[in-house]
Design a binder for this molecule. Structure first.
Ligand SMILES: [Zn+2]
Length: 480
């Protein structure tokens, strides 16, 4: 987020202002200290959502299937109706990511493709969503979210390897990026988790689902997480990712035991108490799609990140030939073409993705980057602005928008985008030279000199490094 420092400050100020305010917790009914008002919760949710749904390697945006979405949204609204905060607005989305995950923030509740396809019944889905919505009901999310926002580094620098193609740009940034960043992992305490489990069971029971399915949901989540970690080849080197993923979905046998001890309130079951048949029927399409994403998209993406472009290209080509209707497939192809410096074909691949889904953000960014390399800077500026509008934390789009402004000889605008990018990716091999040149053009010689020196520290041997050296020594003479 561009204004990240400002919003972190605002949040701190807000905390101070609200420190004395008390409110009734919707779940416990007790008076307690409320750090964040409901209006602020909703505002934080709205700011956080686009970065969460698009961010990092694990973003993916929304999975588009109107019929499936309407069906699941109906279930979510049922839960919402029996929850403790039915007055909050709520939007539901399926996130197009293979990582098994579910999350809720004020105003939004989301399940990933990877988790949805691991669940076996409505009852399991209702428990998982009820658990997440329970975090929001009990105001756990507000606290976790404000912590996350206040400490977040701002721009998401993971997943830009392929976006920052063709030049070696941002390679360093990507390697510096943490695996798992961008994945929505709000940290809750153990007691919060148990409370959310209790609420999930309470809501499912009220809706007539047999609570024994809560335990099944947990087992299926565990299974999906294990399978995901195995298939992604994550070894012991990435323990933190695994710990994070599983700690947000604690899976101790104690917890399962506690769920199974929860007594369902008296009530009639809805049908057979599972809704399994309809759920399996409705999710059969996304299960096929999930297989295709795992076989082609995920595999090609990982292969491309290892710089095996030919191999990645043939995997995604095969995927496209079988599944021509998936925007991420075409977009990945576009990024591989960018990396191979084939800018025209890359743009065509992004255009194909956008002809299927005009709002697919990575393809909009990709189109902007292809315009930039074809030296069409006013077009790249337009596309990259759109990309940032949809996903304000998009680091690569900031870099290329800043560079486009630099080429358009608008140094102040260039600084507006390059500065937060450099803060997120201080080891980027080129950005400091352009920051220096933009400062120089804007008349700030001292700031320019500092950036040239930074460029020399980070990457003295690139073209930008050599240019920075020249400018630094000429400025030094001027400064004497
Ligand atoms: Zn939880």
């Amino acid at each position: 987020m561009l204004n990240n420092k400002i919003s972190a400050l605002t949040i701190v100020t807000l905390f101070l202002l609200l420190l004395s305010s008390c409110a009734v917790n919707p779940v416990t009914g007790k008076q307690e200290l409320m750090l964040v008002s409901e209006a602020d919760e909703i505002k934080m949710g709205r700011e956080f959502y686009p970065n969460a749904i698009w961010g990092g390697d694990f973003g993916g945006g929304e999975y588009r299937d109107p019929r499936l979405k309407a069906y699941l949204k109906g279930l979510v609204m049922d839960i919402h109706g029996v929850s403790h905060r039915p007055g909050l607005p709520v939007k539901f989305a399926i996130q197009n990511s293979s990582v098994p995950n579910a999350w809720a923030i004020p105003g939004y509740v989301v399940i990933t493709r990877g988790l949805l396809t691991a669940l076996q019944s409505e009852a399991e889905f209702v428990f998982v969503m009820g658990h997440e919505m329970g975090h929001v009901s009990a105001r756990h999310s507000a606290g976790a979210l404000s912590k996350k926002q206040a400490t977040s580094a701002g721009l998401s620098i993971v997943g830009i390897a392929l976006a920052a193609a063709g030049s070696g740009y941002a390679d360093t940034a990507v390697k510096a990026g943490e695996l798992g960043a961008g994945l929505v992992l709000l940290k809750y305490s153990r007691s919060d988790e148990l409370e959310a489990d209790r609420l999930g069971v309470e809501y499912m029971t009220k809706l007539g689902y047999d609570p024994v399915n809560a335990v099944k949901a947990h087992r299926n989540l565990e299974g999906a997480a294990d399978e995901y970690l195995k298939s992604s080849g994550r070894g012991s080197g990435n323990e933190s990712f695994m710990t994070d993923l599983l700690s947000t979905h604690p899976r101790t046998s104690i917890r399962l035991l506690q769920i199974s001890k929860l007594k369902p309130s008296e009530g009639r079951l809805r049908g057979d108490g599972t809704g399994r048949k309809k759920f399996l029927q409705m999710t059969s399409g996304i299960k096929k799609a999930d297989r295709a994403y795992k076989d082609y998209y995920d595999t090609a993406y990982r292969t491309a990140k290892k710089d095996k472009l030919n191999e990645a290209s043939s995997i995604i080509d095969k995927g496209i030939s079988i599944h021509p209707d998936k925007p991420p497939f075409h977009t990945l192809k576009g990024f591989i073409l960018l990396e191979e410096k084939k800018y025209g074909p890359a743009k065509s691949a992004f255009d194909r993705a956008l002809s299927i889904d005009a709002g697919y953000q990575p393809a909009i960014r990709g189109r902007g980057v292809s315009y930039y390399y074809r030296k069409n800077y006013s077009y790249s500026r337009g596309a990259l602005k759109n990309a940032i509008g949809l996903y304000p934390g998009d680091a690569a789009a900031h870099l290329y928008l800043g560079l486009s402004y630099y080429e358009l000889r608008m140094p102040r605008e260039a600084l507006r985008y390059l500065t937060p990018y450099a803060a997120a990716a201080p080891k980027d091999p080129v950005v400091h030279y352009y920051l220096g040149a933009s400062h120089e053009a804007a008349g700030d010689t001292a700031a320019a000199y500092n950036e040239y020196v930074r460029q020399l520290n980070v990457a003295p041997d690139t073209r930008e490094g050599r240019l920075a050296k020249e400018r630094a020594s000429s400025l030094k003479q001027g400064l004497r």
